[in-house]
Design a protein around this ligand. Structure first.
Ligand SMILES: C[S@@+](CC[C@H](N)C(=O)[O-])C[C@H]1O[C@@H](n2cnc3c(N)ncnc32)[C@H](O)[C@@H]1O
Ligand code: SF4
Length: 460
């Protein structure tokens, strides 16, 4: 595959459409979905769908705010506020877990942010300890944390490991100090290789590195240099995020416009060149921007067709359960609904202190949407769907499934002519080239798409 070939394909299929990180996407959530609706879904989750429990805890604090940041976070000020927030999160967790069947097992806990390691690890331990006291933790549970390496040294890693963490994701963004300086970000406290080696020293923990392409002062060559340096460090996983510039939502991003941002064409080249470099240097591509070493569980799940996805990223079908999320802006993903908490720190703490939940918006899926969500997930993650197998797994009739997806082989002629899919009455198989535009292919089996036109940005 040549860079130009992939670029022209991406440009050809650069049409407006959902990203399918959830189904339906978060812009369909509405405020008439309330805390009471969420609680109803929590209770019915005991008898519906996957019984494993995934927990997400949002830690909305950072010592310094990066100008590019698109996350829900706040500058760390008073320590009492952190303690108040953690108390509220634990209270919210205890309340929800009291409605969950205690025979279910927690297979996954994810701490995201903000920067969970910007606060004392004892706060995080308090949360993990309350999980252990309220629910059954599977002995192989993945306990993951997103860290900023600017605040991470060996003793922090020891403390996080003794609190129970076994998956570390480090936000590198760029190794170049000049890029970090213009985006108001501190450099890693220790060399990243030292951190990664130390985390993996005991063989019990794995490491992911996050990068962003599309920041000021980055070039295709400088981004590739980042990928070369990363491949030498050999993290288990790596993500290259496309910089999302939304200054109308995140005002600080305007500051980056003064230095200037790489054009869409340059960004596309960074994506494609990064993809080529990493796949030629020991990594398996998982989707368009996630990479894993071939012995990592994500790469194995992709190979076995059991890859899954939620708001926290890709995961495996064995470990992922229904997601119960706690804290600011956190999104729960249950069998029949999504529920998102408020993004305002004061409102969140006041609600929880006042014995209320803090759901601000959400969505209830009907039975048809639950099936479509699973089918789109299967195609987006595993790059194929066999209608007979899928129908049997979901205890439905194959013809009903195809009618539901409005499957019509003639809708795939263009994709087939471009070598992006192999399609038959039995199913759809996405080719390696097709994986770059899998979102467009998924749109062809999304029966609710036309009701929502005009709500989406373009693919690139
Ligand atoms: C919660 S942060 C990770 C932990 C920590 N706060 C840090 O920055 O190192 C999650 C990731 O989101 C990505 N991110 C943040 N703002 C973004 C934006 N505007 N566009 C694309 N990716 C972004 C970054 O790569 C970051 O590592
Ligand atoms: S450290 Fe992470 S969460 Fe905090 S401002 Fe920077 S990118 Fe955002």
């Amino acid at each position: 595959m040549h860079t130009e070939e992939i670029k022209s394909l991406l440009l050809k299929y650069n049409q407006a459409g959902p990203r399918y990180t959830s189904y339906p996407p978060a812009n369909h959530f509405t405020t008439d979905f309330t805390s009471a609706d969420y609680l109803k879904s929590v209770k019915s989750s005991d008898s519906n769908g996957n019984q494993s429990i995934s927990l997400y805890f949002h830690i909305p604090f950072c010592s310094r705010i990066c100008f590019f940041c698109g996350c829900t976070t706040n500058k760390l000020t008073a320590e009492e506020l952190v303690q108040q927030y953690i108390n509220a999160v634990i209270k919210e967790f205890r309340y929800i877990s009291s409605s969950i069947d205690k025979r279910r097992e927690v297979t996954q806990i994810h701490f995201g942010g903000g920067t969970p390691n910007a606060i004392d690890s004892l706060y995080l331990k308090q949360i993990i300890d309350s999980v252990k006291s309220e629910l059954k933790l599977n002995s192989n549970a993945e306990i993951a944390i997103e860290c900023n390496p600017a605040y991470l040294d060996k003793s922090d890693i020891d403390a996080l490991k003794s609190a129970g963490f076994n998956r570390f994701s480090l936000g590198i963004q760029d190794f170049n100090p000049e890029v970090l300086k213009v985006v108001n970000r501190e450099q890693s406290k220790l060399p990243v290789k030292t951190l990664v080696d130390y985390i993996r020293d005991d063989g019990a923990a794995s490491v992911n590195l996050d990068f962003i392409y599309g920041l000021p002062k980055q070039t295709v060559e400088s981004f590739l240099e980042n990928m070369r340096m990363a491949a030498e460090i050999k993290p288990d996983r790596l993500v290259t995020f496309s910089y999302a510039h939304v200054p109308w939502v995140k005002k600080a991003q305007h500051i980056l416009e003064k230095t200037g941002l790489p054009s869409a064409d340059i960004k596309l080249e960074m994506l494609v060149e990064g993809y080529r470099y990493l796949t030629n240097n020991g990594y398996t591509a998982v989707g368009m921007d996630h990479y894993a070493r071939p012995d990592d569980s994500l790469a194995i799940a992709l190979e076995e067709g059991t890859l899954h996805r939620n708001f926290q990223g890709y995961c495996t079908r064995e470990t992922t359960g229904q997601v119960f999320a706690f804290g600011l802006s956190a999104i729960s993903q249950l069998w029949d609904s999504y529920a998102q908490n408020t993004k305002d720190l004061r409102t969140y703490i006041e609600n929880i202190d006042g014995n209320k939940l803090a759901v601000e918006r959400g969505y209830r899926l009907n039975n048809e949407q639950i099936i479509v969500r699973a089918a789109i997930n299967q195609l987006m993650c595993n790059m194929n769907i066999n209608f007979n197998t899928f129908a049997a797994e979901n205890s439905i009739d194959t013809d009903y499934l195809k009618r539901l997806l409005r499957f019509d082989i003639s809708n795939f002629t263009d994709f087939e002519n471009d070598g992006l899919v192999k399609v038959s009455e039995d199913g759809i198989e996405v080719t390696r080239m097709g994986s770059f535009v899998v979102r467009n292919i998924a749109m062809a089996i999304d029966p609710f798409l036309e009701q929502r036109e005009g709500m989406y940005s373009k693919t690139i």
